[in-house]
Design a protein. Structure first.
Length: 50
C-alpha cells in the first residue's frame, strides 16, 4: 500500500525550495547562491537524501 502523506520534513523542504526559487527568479540571488542554499536545505530538511 502506498503512503499518501508526505513526511513533514519534505513539505518543509518544498516550501523552502519555492522561496529560494522565487529569490532566483526575481534576481535577488545568483544560480550559484541558489545551488548552495538548496544543498544546505537538503541537508537540513532531507538528511536521508544527499
Amino acid at each position: 500500500m502506498e503512503t499518501l502523506v508526505k513526511p513533514a520534513l519534505s513539505v518543509e523542504y518544498e516550501l523552502a525550495l519555492l522561496i529560494v526559487m522565487s529569490l532566483l527568479k526575481n534576481g535577488l540571488i545568483s544560480k550559484a547562491e541558489f545551488a548552495a542554499i538548496d544543498a544546505e536545505n537538503r541537508k537540513t530538511f532531507l538528511p536521508e537524501h544527499p
